[in-house]
Design a protein around this ligand. Structure first.
Ligand code: F6R
Length: 341
């Protein structure tokens, strides 16, 4: 398959650069009806609220920034915000289409409670509401479907959170560097990832991912589900060493195992856990595929993995004979929910 057949992947670096350039202007205050939303303060936490291909941008932003800052980044993939979220928090409501019911609901509860909120979308209802209320909005470039627009969602969200926390320069340099690893993954794809397609086609996959880069495992699961229509279990190390590892004393049919390793993990306590897990799998006689990431930061590693593994799921879709773009069951449930609400 030539690179041009991987849907939007060949233009990911360009989409990433374009999205990173979008300037984010944060007002000091916005008055909506009786409520005043204050953006110029030290926040107690950041909530990134979104679903599926949009929500995953929040997971990656959390993995990237959480250890660099002194407040929590909470990823909310739900209809409601956690009850402790008040006007001391900043909410980023992110939806590629701008029409996802759960994300719109969270935006509306920010307005009701006077919680400062930034929206990110290609347009849709979310942008309409933001324009009506005068809350900051970022319009991102379009792709074939939300999940293929990850660079737009991720880099605009990183920039917005960087701005809100006044660490914009640091975030910009991390982000710019990571785009080099996105390019590298596109180049490395045929030699580093593609051979796995035949092995994983029509199989159930367990992906073991160390917790500091857990978002990569979640994104792989989502891509495999939506593109290849195959099931995946995300096993986060070290938690998985306390439960799902137990199953491997049995030989399970049609199961493939991936273990993710990364430079930022090696020589750390997490690295010890990854090594221990691989050792035990070997002792039990279980075959696994090691995914060795490349990168000079957590963000670069995740971006490298997300690009290579994402393309892999497109190859798997073609091998198993499904259309990677169509997600009929998801469209049906959205229609059903919309007609009842
Ligand atoms: C489709 C996809 C989905 C959507 C999700 C939310 O490509 O990735 O997981 O991202 O249904 O929709 P949006 O992103 O428009 O809020």
């Amino acid at each position: 398959m030539s690179l041009s057949e991987y849907i939007d992947y060949p233009r990911w670096p360009q989409l990433a650069e374009e999205s990173l350039r979008i300037d984010v202007r944060l007002p000091e205050k916005v008055k909506v009806g009786e409520k005043e939303l204050t953006y110029s303060k030290k926040f107690r936490g950041i909530v990134i609220s979104g679903m599926g291909g949009s929500g995953i941008a929040g997971d990656i932003v959390r993995d990237t920034l959480q250890d660099m800052i002194d407040i929590p980044i909470i990823v909310n993939k739900d209809l409601h915000l956690p009850s402790y979220v008040n006007d001391d928090y900043l909410v980023v409501a992110i939806s590629y289409s701008g029409n996802t019911a759960e994300t719109i609901r969270c935006y509306e509860s920010c307005i009701e409670k006077g919680i400062p909120v930034i929206t990110i979308s290609t347009g849709g209802k979310l942008r309409e509401l933001a324009e009506r209320n005068g809350t900051p909005h970022i319009t991102i470039p379009k792709a074939t479907a939300p999940r293929y627009g990850l660079p737009c969602l991720l880099y605009s969200c990183l920039r917005a959170v960087g701005k809100a926390l006044s660490i914009e320069d640091k975030v910009l340099s991390l982000a710019e560097n990571s785009i080099n690893y996105m390019r590298k993954a596109l180049d490395d794809y045929p030699t580093r990832f593609k051979a796995l397609a035949d092995k994983l086609a029509n199989k159930f996959t367990m992906i073991y991912t160390p917790s500091p880069i857990a978002s990569l495992g979640v994104r792989f699961k989502n891509d495999m589900n939506e593109n290849a229509k195959q099931p995946v279990a995300v096993c986060i190390i070290p938690e998985s060493e306390h439960n799902d590892l137990a199953i491997h004393i049995r030989e399970i049919e049609n199961l493939e195992i991936l273990v993710v390793d990364a430079p930022s993990i090696r020589n750390t306590e997490h690295g010890v856990h990854v090594t221990a897990l691989m050792k035990v799998l070997e002792e039990l006689g279980r075959r696994f595929h090691k995914i060795e990431l490349e990168g000079d930061s957590r963000l670069s590693e995740i971006v490298y993995g997300v690009t290579g593994l994402g393309m892999l799921t497109i190859d798997i879709a073609r091998i198993v004979g499904v259309d990677p773009v169509k997600i009929e069951a998801i469209d049906r449930v959205k229609k059903y929910v919309t007609s009842r609400s």
